[in-house]
Design a protein around this ligand. Structure first.
Ligand code: 3PY
Ligand code: MG
Length: 253
């Protein structure tokens, strides 16, 4: 299956949930359902890297691209996510050009960055991969997804977008709504207008745009407006929705 980064380059519109539950089966189910990617959430989920690695394995087997959202913009966490074989790393709360540069630097081997080199990691097939091609190709094969989700980051977007190596500019509507003083109002006209402005800036910079939505109607709307990386709800919320619907159908039946 084509890698996430390649699919982004062809302009495909991709759809994937956050995964907060700490179990590889969730990734298999996501793959079987036909999602394009799934974001293993170590920022808000309860997932450590020794569990995330089995989730990455399951995702690869099920044909859904695994992305890891790291807990913060920390080089050790970004390198670890890529060492265990995630196709992309998603970095929350990026507000300045310097922070965006730090995230890219942590995700790339030299000369583009300073990611620590080790060929005994899962991403290098525990040394079965040819070391020269691994170190040469990894930077071109893994995606860097930068989350901008606050007023400061939005103001700095033109600068942030000049940083080479960003594959997706991801706008986090929940954090952004809080930062704009309208917490949780992700459909508020002010937020929608901000997002449309950001999309245009990303388009001019040649960077794919990503957004988070809670419902399918919004996902389709943003897809048709040109968002390429559409992150949709989270496993726990989707499970709750179906549980609740079934319970209500039973009680009212
Ligand atoms: C946000 O909306 O703040 C996100 O990080 C995506 O869920
Ligand atoms: Mg957020």
């Amino acid at each position: 299956m084509a890698l996430l980064k390649e699919r982004l380059k062809t302009g495909e519109r991709l759809f994937g949930p956050f995964v907060n539950l700490c179990h590889p089966a969730v990734l298999e189910i996501a793959g079987n359902a036909g999602f394009d990617f799934a974001i293993i959430d170590t920022e808000h989920g309860e997932i450590s890297s020794d569990r995330a690695v089995d989730m990455v394995r399951a995702a690869k087997l099920a044909g859904v691209s695994p992305v890891i959202r790291v807990y913060g913009n920390q080089p050790e966490l970004i390198a670890k996510a890529l060492d265990i074989g995630a196709e992309g790393v998603q970095v929350p709360q990026v507000s300045t050009k310097a922070e965006a540069m730090a995230a890219v630097r942590a995700a790339k081997f030299a000369p583009e960055g300073a990611r620590g080199c080790n060929r005994y990691v899962r991403a290098a097939r525990y040394s079965a991969a040819d070391k020269f091609s691994y170190f040469t190709n990894a930077n071109q094969e893994t995606a860097v997804i930068i989350q901008v989700e606050g007023k400061e980051g939005i103001a700095n977007l033109p600068d942030i977008l000049t940083v080479p190596g960003i594959d997706v500019l991801f706008i986090g509507p929940y954090d952004l709504s809080a930062s704009l003083g309208i917490p949780g109002q992700v459909d508020h006209p002010q937020l929608v207008a901000e997002m449309q402005k950001n999309m245009e800036l990303a388009r001019q910079a040649g960077v794919a745009i990503g957004f988070f939505v809670d419902d399918v109607a919004s996902a389709v709307k943003w897809k048709n407006w040109g968002v390429q990386y559409i992150s949709f709800a989270a496993d726990v919320g989707l499970l709750y929705e179906v549980f609740r619907e079934k319970v209500m159908a039973f009680k009212n039946g």
